[in-house]
Design a protein around this ligand. Structure first.
Ligand SMILES: [Zn+2]
Length: 299
């Protein structure tokens, strides 16, 4: 599927920026005596505020109500920064709703129902079998250790404030595969594309999309990801860059947005030189296109 065909849909997502729909109350039609309605919250500081898209694969920076000491998203705690900002994001397959609850210092709770817009993913059905069918024995032997290294990296949380920044495209070029796209081989769904692919020649400099701390810098190519670099942007958000020909940075290093971090390559499982960039917030896989915005036109 060409990018041009997908762009109008991607552009439409931006219209949703900052929207948040209050779900209708299930108790609205109840005939039982109603509890006293809550006084309408007129002070905006006592309400939630949002900047971002409530959409599958999207991320939102929120501002918690004034006095909030605790915040949960569907029951899971979300840290609040001293300026009341917080980050939440929605997986590619996130359900249609989620609930934020802020607990104030006086014990009062502020609830907010979130409506998460669905997306139409690029699904292609093929009559053929996958190009890489069954893993070979040597793959099965080394893969568990590679996955353990990736999972250990993801558990390393930094206090980086990169999550607050608008992301920069690490390379500018043609997007060859979109996030979330999926192939179904003779009725068998393959796993969806977990990042975005940008086709660029080997050796093209890769820039850090936001501030962060290096949590993984592969010493040698991983079987699938090749030379893999992972950067933590704080608040549970991290980037992974795959198939690199070169990695310029070391684990623990603090990175600035726009800093060169490596170079495009085709190490690991890649049919041509490209950068695969993926973003995760906790366990949610999110779409770099929604955080970095439309790809700029190449010089
Ligand atoms: Zn990819």
């Amino acid at each position: 599927m060409g990018l041009a065909a997908r762009l109008p849909a991607a552009a439409a997502f931006w219209v949703l920026l900052g929207t948040c729909v209050q779900l209708p109350s299930a108790a609205a039609d109840s005939v039982a005596p109603r509890p006293l309605p809550q006084a309408p919250q007129t002070d905006p500081a006592l309400r939630f505020a949002f900047d971002g898209q409530m959409i599958q694969g999207g991320a939102v920076i929120g501002t918690a109500p004034k006095g909030a000491t605790l915040l949960t998203l569907d029951g899971a705690p979300v840290p609040i920064a001293p300026d009341r900002k917080f980050l939440i994001a929605f997986d590619r397959d996130a359900g249609p709703s989620a609930t934020l609850v802020a607990t104030l210092g006086n014990g009062q709770q502020v609830r907010r129902a979130l409506a998460i817009a669905p997306r139409a993913w690029d699904i292609s059905r093929l009559n053929t079998l996958p190009k890489y069918p069954v893993p070979r024995p040597e793959f099965e032997k080394v893969r568990p250790a590679e996955l353990a290294q990736i999972n250990a990296a993801r558990r390393m949380q930094s206090d980086s404030a990169g999550w607050r920044q608008t992301m920069l495209w690490p390379v500018v070029g043609r997007i060859s595969t979109l996030f979330g796209s999926q192939r179904i081989y003779a009725g068998e769904p393959g796993s969806y594309h977990s990042g975005i692919d940008i086709a660029r020649p080997t050796g093209t400099t890769v820039l850090a999309p936001a501030d962060g701390v290096v949590i993984l810098a592969a010493a040698r190519p991983f079987t699938l990801e090749g030379n893999l670099l992972m950067i933590d942007h704080g608040a549970g958000l991290n980037s992974a860059f795959m198939h690199l020909s070169r990695i310029n940075v070391r684990v623990g290093e603090h990175i600035r947005k726009g800093q060169p971090i490596g170079a495009v390559g085709m190490t690991g499982r890649a049919t041509g030189p490209h950068l695969h960039w993926s973003l995760k917030w906790r366990d949610a896989r999110i779409d770099p296109l929604l955080l970095a915005g439309p790809m700029p036109v190449a010089e």
